[in-house]
Design a protein around this ligand. Structure first.
Ligand code: SAH
Length: 371
């Protein structure tokens, strides 16, 4: 093993870890706070520039620690202001992070895994297969890089990039704590959103340890169709998902679950689907984000026509469900929802399988949908 592999990456640490590390080296805890603040609030990853740390601490830290971040290797600015960064990790894997400006808001869409293991049929990331979880430093490092590029903290973070955040629970929760920390990125709980395809046991766990906003990739109003579109539904069906989400927001009257619903032409966008959705969400404080499907090379789905999306939206709205159509951003640079791919050395062996499965997925789904 090389020396580098045994060093602690300081960017993997939250505030408490940072204090503990510094105390362990024989220094006062407040130096740990300062160290944390230097890295995240000021973006300084050079021991010598941390001018209020004791010289002796600055000398001893590099013996056992390092500060390692993902590297931005490509930048793809789009004419709508969206920017996609391709970041390379220490092992050569690549992930993508998207910056979405909107008026005074600046949202960073952060990845949680290299690839994704969940195989949703309409998502480009799924086609890449899965390699590994990101570490805390690789997750918070995306926010760190964005803050440097923008010269300020982003106003919002959405865990909606590559990967399933609740399948990388500990690292994602710790990274989100750092996002919320006053000595770091200072994001309020409404400004950090985690999106999940519905790993139900971890929605319950999240409720116990975190207060971030919850978004759920629903995409279908019944189990038969959702089993096809979001295969994790076979393990955690709607009858388990809905109560978990309801419970997540139960303690705060102002909170709502955000439901993401990708509009797939002829698959999930009929008035009957809207009616089923209204019934499904009864009693759950909800807002619905309708996402026009973003096509990618080799995908077999089509985008619902805008008029049909509007009819669907209006139907939800009439029944009292707040619903909006998500503006498609960054599609010209393949940075829109479901288009992030990075460079993933697949370890699932899925790529061979997918080629077979893609022969006729839309036909299969239509059969299910018309039941
Ligand atoms: N794995 C998590 C985080 C990804 S969030 C989750 O599933 O929630 C990205 C969102 O974009 C999800 O709601 C996903 O279902 C949606 N999406 C995936 N592919 C898409 C596509 N081609 N067009 C539009 N939305 C898509």
């Amino acid at each position: 093993m090389t020396a580098i592999e045994t060093k602690t990456n300081l960017l993997d640490l939250d505030l408490a870890d940072c204090e503990a590390l510094v105390v362990g080296l024989g220094f006062k805890a407040f130096h740990g706070r300062n160290l944390f603040k230097w890295m995240h609030k000021h973006g300084v990853v050079d021991y010598d520039a941390m001018s209020d740390l004791p010289k002796s601490l600055r000398l001893v830290l590099p013996e056992t620690t390092e500060m390692r971040l993902p590297r931005i290797i490509e930048e793809h600015p789009s004419s709508d202001g969206t920017n996609k960064w391709v970041m390379e990790l220490h092992d050569g894997q690549r992930i993508e992070t998207v910056f979405i400006p909107e008026g005074k808001r600046s949202t960073i869409c952060v990845s949680s895994q290299v690839g994704c293991a969940l195989n949703c049929s309409f998502c480009a990331t799924a086609r890449q297969g899965f390699n590994r979880n990101l570490s805390v430093s690789e997750i918070i490092g995306q926010v760190w890089q964005a803050a440097r590029r923008l010269d300020r903290s982003p106003t919002n973070v959405v865990m909606m990039g590559m990967g399933e955040p609740l399948a990388n629970f500990e690292a994602v929760v710790k990274a989100m704590e750092i996002m919320q920390d006053d000595l770091a990125y200072m994001l309020a709980k409404q400004r950090v959103t985690l999106s999940t395809s519905g790993i139900v046991p971890n929605i319950h766990r999240l409720r116990e340890v975190s207060d971030v906003s919850l978004a759920v990739s629903l995409h279908a109003p019944n189990d038969a169709l959702r089993d096809e579109l979001v295969p994790i539904n076979r393990k955690y069906p709607l009858a388990e998902l809905l109560p978990a989400c309801k419970q997540y927001v139960a303690n705060d009257k102002r909170r709502k679950v955000t439901w993401e619903y990708v509009m797939l032409d002829g698959v999930n966008d009929s008035p009957t689907h809207a009616k089923q959705l209204i019934r499904l969400l009864e009693g759950v404080p909800s807002k619905v984000n309708l996402i026009p499907f973003n096509p990618f090379a080799g995908s077999d789905f089509g985008t619902s026509p805008l008029e049909r999306i509007e009819v669907f939206r209006a139907r939800l709205a009439r029944s009292g469900i707040f619903a909006m159509t998500r503006k498609t951003r960054g599609d010209e640079i393949s940075a829109a929802c479901g288009q992030l791919v990075g460079r993933v050395e697949d370890r699932t062996g899925r790529l061979g399988r997918v080629r077979v499965e893609t022969n006729e997925p839309v036909g299969l789904i239509k059969r299910v949908a018309s039941r």
